[in-house]
Design a protein around this ligand. Structure first.
Ligand code: FE2
Length: 387
């Protein structure tokens, strides 16, 4: 199924997260959810400290010299359903070092939780996916995990994780990470969507990849008329899997007066990669104020954004002054509204950032905020001298 659907509500049988975009029988790649997101970073120990302190992630698992891992360390952090893995090599050379050297700290693996990792590999490779990892069984005293993997855009990969016969903390080779330093969570619940930036004229190639190779359907598209400011422009299409649990918007740069923020990303990441990870909360005000207190920097939205807010989005439960105070953005669609806010890049290069999102019915992605948001990003680009 790859026909374009403009609105989720156009789908006769669509109900977010429960009913299916298309029936299970048609879905050759049933996905249970995001399993983990692995970043290759220059210093996993210090990154882990940052994600605990600033983002409220909890110490979950560890692999390294002490667990028999000779060539790398990995820290696993958890907050509700979100699992981050931070990996750094222990020696010179090798693929992980090359990845860090080329891209800086960034997302290498978007792992997807499946019933059958062997079938997921066979079905996707048969449809044209480039293999990354043949189905591999890992075992320890807690059972077995089967993982397989395929490449997506750039050097990013999807790993399929089958863990129905495993009862350990994370994966074989990991031990529980018991730390005396455990800052409280900030209310991050699950990954709502993850966005990929791809090169000029490559958006449709990757939209087709997700449709044909992974059986996703396109649910939304924006073109440069929707998403442009005086200077920057981009195009975006959103791909969703059958049960709506996995959503991957794909962006490509578009021609503007000055450099698109997507182009800036591509220049610094040296190619396509994950641009942002959107995480859901039930209370964006509490989450954002906790994160800000702990040192997370968010994009600044001009106060004028709030002047005509209620005319634009209609009645909302929240107090506009409070939203303004926290710089939270609001957008409405046919089904409800959403509140969102974007961090500044969380790494040294202007590449990866996070989005905090609270949905109140709306299943869209905040198109109405793009202009205000991009103007905010442009001010940041101006500061970096990369506009
Ligand atoms: Fe987003």
């Amino acid at each position: 199924m790859s026909a374009e659907i403009k609105n989720l509500s156009d789908l006769p049988n669509y109900e977010y997260g429960l009913k299916k975009i298309f029936s299970e029988a048609e879905d050759f790649l049933p996905l249970l959810g995001t399993d983990y997101v692995e970043l290759y970073v220059g210093n996993a120990k210090q990154s882990a400290h940052f994600y605990k302190t600033a983002f409220g992630f909890q110490s979950e698992a560890y692999a390294g010299l002490e667990t028999g891992m000779k060539d790398r360390v990995s820290y696993v952090l958890k907050q509700d359903k979100i699992r981050l893995v931070l990996t750094t090599p222990l020696n010179e050379g090798g693929l992980i070092n090359e990845h860090i050297n080329l891209h800086g700290d960034g997302v290498k693996v978007v792992a997807l939780w499946v019933e059958d990792a062997t079938k997921a590999f066979e079905e996707t490779v048969r449809r044209g996916a480039k293999p990354y990892m043949e189905p591999t069984k890992e075992t320890d005293e807690h059972g077995e995990v089967i993982r397989s993997g395929i490449y997506t855009y750039g050097e990013t990969v999807h790993i399929f994780v089958e863990r129905k016969n495993y009862h350990g903390i994370f994966l074989p080779g990991y031990k529980a990470w018991n730390s005396h330093y455990n800052p409280a969570p900030v209310g991050l619940k699950f990954i709502d969507h993850m966005v990929g930036n791809v090169g000029w004229n490559e958006m449709n190639t990757w939209v087709e990849f997700y449709a044909k190779v992974m059986g996703f359907a396109q649910i939304v598209s924006f073109d440069d008329k929707d998403i442009s400011t005086e200077y920057t422009a981009l195009m975006s299409k959103v791909m969703s899997n059958g049960n709506g649990r996995i959503k991957f918007p794909i962006n490509e740069p578009a021609e503007g007066k000055k450099k698109s923020q997507i182009e800036e990303y591509l220049d610094f990441y040296k190619g396509p990669g994950v641009q942002h990870i959107a995480v859901a909360t039930d209370n964006i005000i509490e989450t954002v104020s906790a994160m800000r207190q702990r040192g997370v920097e968010f994009l600044y939205v001009p106060e004028t954004y709030y002047d005509d807010l209620l005319e634009r989005v209609g009645a909302i439960d929240e107090d506009v002054e409070t939203l303004k105070q926290h710089g939270v953005l609001i957008d409405r669609d046919d089904e409800g509204y959403l509140l969102q806010l974007f961090t500044k890049p969380v790494v040294d290069r202007p590449t990866l950032f996070f989005e905090i999102i609270q949905r109140k019915g709306a299943q869209s992605f905040g198109k109405g905020n793009f202009k205000a948001l991009f103007e905010a990003i442009e001010r940041e680009q101006e500061n970096r001298g990369t506009l």
